[in-house]
Design a protein around this ligand. Structure first.
Ligand SMILES: NC(=O)c1ccc[n+]([C@@H]2O[C@H](COP(=O)([O-])OP(=O)(O)OC[C@H]3O[C@@H](n4cnc5c(N)ncnc54)[C@H](O)[C@@H]3O)[C@@H](O)[C@H]2O)c1
Ligand SMILES: [Zn+2]
Ligand SMILES: [Zn+2]
Length: 379
């Protein structure tokens, strides 16, 4: 019997597993998806620990998770592009499609967005999920479901790099070498950046970044932003400064240093979310005529490009997966992310079999066999 076991946050530091009713298709354009794998995001951990992010407050029990891939198990009568058994990456935010932002092509800015695991809406750490078919992206043959679960943070990075308008041959400095910063580095390389400098305060993160997409690293020091910027520029040989600086840390000192690292007429993108208000070097912004942009989630074409980059072998998301755990170990996995022990940990859906230590390609093969046999990969 397929389970709709869900991982529910009741209040800060209080999570339970709950067998919830399997959701029903509400709209003829909807599909029902069996969730196979879900990555844990910093925001999930933040809700778990603090019960709120800014004005989004968890008032009622909420299912966590929004970085998921799954298998289509039922399709509504108006669904044209997907069929039962298709493996998909789930885009987890559903805009109104009618407001000015939606109609101008910036649906990520929709004020009425329904986003998974952003209160009051439930998330995807559950057995089954209903989604409009056009927010489910079929994975190519050579992209696994585990890679599919990494498409969400990769789409965040794609959007940030698009906002930065990265050009071939440019230098890109990325503050923060967590999953988002690492993926920004990989996407910037795919866009043709020839120098990618990863900046962090943890040496192990820099070591990983260098083995991943960074060409240079810089360990941020406890000195003034100007001094950090000067040392960074010197160590990465950035001449008059970096063409593009991306913040993927949300940390005030790195945002301040960023404005001193960017070159005259360069571009700065705010991807990280930390304190809502900080001291920001407006003089550097003004005198250098820096183009500064925000970046929020992902919009038109970002999921598609993220999948294409993985399918084409231009971005390796598998390398970021530290481990895969069975659904019942979800709380343990959250603890590991909180303690910073992992880059990306995936939780297998409640209907997914995870054999500890098993090679992921074997796992995928089994699922494909199950699909070929007409099963969904779920019990
Ligand atoms: N814009 C969006 O739509 C969006 C989407 C997802 C995540 N985010 C934000 O992006 C950021 C990165 O996400 P993540 O999942 O990689 O988080 P993460 O916490 O894993 O990574 C942040 C990294 O920044 C490093 N850091 C902390 N202080 C620093 C400093 N002073 N200088 C340099 N590095 C420093 C940390 O050591 C860590 O490695 C977070 O702030 C997150 O909230 C934004
Ligand atoms: Zn996320
Ligand atoms: Zn809208």
């Amino acid at each position: 019997m397929a389970s709709n076991l869900s991982f529910v946050l009741n209040k800060p530091n209080d999570v339970t597993f709950e067998e919830r009713p399997v959701p029903k298709l509400q709209n003829p354009h909807d599909v029902l998806v069996a969730v196979n794998y879900t990555g844990i995001c910093g925001s999930d951990v933040h809700y778990w620990v603090h019960g709120a992010i800014g004005h989004f407050v968890v008032k009622d029990p909420m299912v966590l998770g929004h970085e998921s891939a799954g298998t289509v198990v039922e399709v509504g009568p108006e669904v044209k592009t997907l069929k039962k058994g298709d493996r998909i990456a789930l885009e987890p935010g559903y805009p109104c499609r009618r407001c000015g932002s939606c109609l101008s092509g910036h649906y990520n800015l929709c004020p009425d967005m329904v986003f998974a695991a952003t209160p009051p809406y439930h998330g995807t750490l559950t057995g089954f999920w209903v989604a409009p078919f056009d927010f489910c992206y079929k994975l190519p043959e050579n992209v696994s479901l585990q890679e599919g679960a990494l498409i969400e943070p990769l789409a965040v990075a794609v959007h940030i790099v698009k906002q930065a308008r990265v050009q071939p041959g440019q230098s890109v400095v990325i503050m923060g070498a967590g999953p988002v910063g690492l993926l920004c580095g990989a996407v910037a390389r795919a866009y043709g950046a020839t120098k990618v400098v990863a900046v962090d305060i943890v040496q192990a993160k820099l070591d990983f970044a260098l083995s991943y997409a960074a060409t240079h690293t810089y360990m941020s020091q406890r000195v003034s932003p100007e001094e950090n910027a000067a040392a960074l520029i010197k160590s990465a040989d950035l001449g008059a400064g970096a063409d593009v600086v991306i913040d993927a840390s949300g940390a005030e000192p790195s945002i301040q240093a960023a404005l001193h690292v960017v070159r005259m007429g360069g571009t700065y993108v705010q991807g990280g979310m930390g304190k809502a208000d900080i001291t920001f070097p407006i003089m550097a912004l003004c005198l250098k005529e820096v183009t500064a942009r925000g970046s929020f989630r992902y919009g038109s074409g970002d999921y598609k490009l993220a999948i294409d980059l993985v399918a084409a072998g231009r971005v390796d998301v598998k390398k970021l997966v530290t481990g895969v755990v069975p659904f019942e170990d979800a709380e343990e996995a959250f603890k590991k992310v909180k303690e910073g022990q992992v880059i990306k940990i995936l939780i297998a859906g409640p209907n997914e079999k995870v054999v500890q230590g098993m090679d992921t390609s074997v796992d995928e093969k089994k699922l494909q066999q199950a699909q070929a046999a007409g099963s969904t990969g779920c019990c």
